[in-house]
Design a protein around this ligand. Structure first.
Ligand SMILES: *Cc1c(COP(=O)(O)O)cnc(C)c1O
Length: 466
């Protein structure tokens, strides 16, 4: 159960700004409300920005999906899409929860193996692998999703030359008709030739089934893609190829703010809510009507191939469903702290908060969008009357004009001050570390993993990279 933050209403006025209170896990809420000194202490020790991981929450996210799968009696393999966050503590939590790992580089592969993931529970998606990566995947007996006829032809030769005599376990990545302009996957027109190539190289390949991954977050688009794949399942089986698995990728949505508050915000927002005077063109569905478990329910209960529901089709065909969730498994598993270095009133009366850290650690503005969730102000106790509410936008510490964490004018219950902390909730999914770098020679932001009692923190960012 998640609580909604209790940000007091901004003082009534003619242009009262709409709030987008972050859904925060009770553990994070507890830190903010009961142990704010710990947040300040960790920032003093590890620097700002600071990414704080709560690895045990990953299993909670998994259990919600598992309950849906169980109800539909669908056999499923879940691969944690490791690219969602660089935390090794999260990879370890996924492996300890019994999940496989979806890897897209040799480095993610090694993290998975070091976390104790059995090689055969690793899946490699991603389109541009090179020889050394194939070698390590083959040695691990990992499942490899093949992205093109070109890749398949090259691998048929490569695998046949391997001294181990072990066959490469493969899926064929299908490009659904909803994604015809995508560069990923094998289009229907080339699928017969690819299946023929697989059938002709039994010494090279152990074929297990089909894969796709779509952009966007609609369950319906996955149902449509599954119906297209069902045709290829039949064709492959008719050719004598065993098909045991359909991997539908990731993209299960999560909720950052309550749907009602979000819908209201979207309806009422205007250029006046942004320092740029413009509303960004698109946003992640931060307060969508559906969460990951609801999405999976919708997918499995939908009308699928052969006049059956998707779940009934998978059962009837003895197919294992595979999922590669990244963001949805990482839901609530990390948050980010930024210390305010300076506040400044601009000539247009706008208040800007300069934080120690940059928008590379809260990166939505780099995608011409906005992380549409109110950050939480963690102030030190102040003697005297609390200052009045204020709106401010947040800038990074670099001299890039575009280094802006929020273009939105954030409503704060009290006016933020130098030394206060800004907490962005739920930054685990592609938010906190996707673009991080050492611009201005400032060292990489630190990442720490908390113990479940919220008392101790371990570094979660050490180890080799070569
Ligand atoms: C990124 C990616 C995922 C994970 O997507 P989420 O939206 O984080 O669930 C899964 N599979 C593939 C092939 C991907 O590229």
């Amino acid at each position: 159960m998640a609580l909604t933050s209790r940000v007091p209403q901004i003082a009534a006025g003619h242009d009262e700004p709409a709030l987008l209170p972050a859904i925060l896990d009770p553990a994070i809420r507890q830190l903010v409300e009961q142990y704010p000194e710990r947040l300040h202490d960790w920032c003093s020790r590890f620097g700002s920005p600071l990414n704080i991981v709560l690895p045990w929450l990953l299993d909670r996210n998994l259990q919600r999906l598992a309950a849906v799968l169980e109800r539909h009696r669908v056999d499923c393999r879940i691969f944690y899409a490791a690219k969602v966050n660089k935390s090794r503590a999260l990879v370890k939590a996924a492996v300890e929860a019994g999940l496989g790992v979806d890897v897209s580089s040799r480095f993610e592969l090694r993290d998975a193996l070091e976390a104790g993931c059995p090689g055969h529970a690793i899946c490699a998606s991603g389109p541009a692998r090179t020889g050394p990566f194939y070698r390590e995947l083959a040695e691990a007996d990992a499942l490899v999703s093949i992205d093109s006829g070109e890749e398949l032809a090259e691998l048929a030769e490569w695998a046949a030359r391997q001294p181990s005599g072990r066959r490469l376990r493969i899926l064929l990545r299908f490009r659904p008709s909803a994604a015809t302009t995508s560069r990923f996957g094998i289009p229907a027109s080339q699928m017969p030739a690819c299946l023929a190539m697989v059938a002709a190289a039994p010494e090279a390949f152990a074929f297990e089934g089909f894969h796709f991954h779509l952009g966007g977050y609609a369950a319906a688009s996955r149902v449509a893609a599954l119906c297209e794949v069902a045709v290829w399942v039949r064709r492959a089986r008719a050719m004598g190829l065993p098909v045991s698995l359909i991997d539908i990728g990731g993209g299960l949505p999560i909720r950052y703010v309550e749907s009602q508050a979000y819908a209201q915000f979207l309806e009422n927002q205007s250029g006046a809510d942004y320092r740029t005077g413009r509303v960004p063109a698109s946003f992640y569905p931060y307060g969508g009507g559906i969460d990951a478990a609801g999405w999976l329910e919708e997918f499995l209960a939908a009308a699928g191939p052969d006049g059956k529901t998707v779940a009934a089709y998978l059962r009837a065909e003895a197919l294992t469903l595979a999922l590669e969730p990244g963001r949805s498994l990482a839901d609530q598993t990390a948050f980010s702290l930024f210390r305010i270095a300076r506040t400044k009133l601009l000539p247009d009366e706008q208040l800007v908060l300069f934080v120690e850290g940059s928008s590379f650690s809260a990166c939505e503005t780099w995608f011409a969008s906005e992380f549409l969730v109110d950050p939480v102000l963690v102030s030190r106790a102040r003697p005297g009357t609390p200052p009045a509410p204020a709106r401010a936008w947040i800038a990074g510490h670099s001299c890039l004009d575009d280094d802006v964490l929020t273009n939105r004018l954030i409503p704060f219950p009290v006016r933020p001050r130098q030394g206060d902390l800004i907490l962005f909730g739920n930054t685990a999914g592609y938010q906190m570390d996707l673009l991080e770098n050492e611009f201005h020679r400032v060292p990489m932001p630190r990442r720490i993993a908390l113990s479940a009692d919220l008392a101790t923190a371990q570094p979660d960012d050490l180890g080799g990279t070569s």
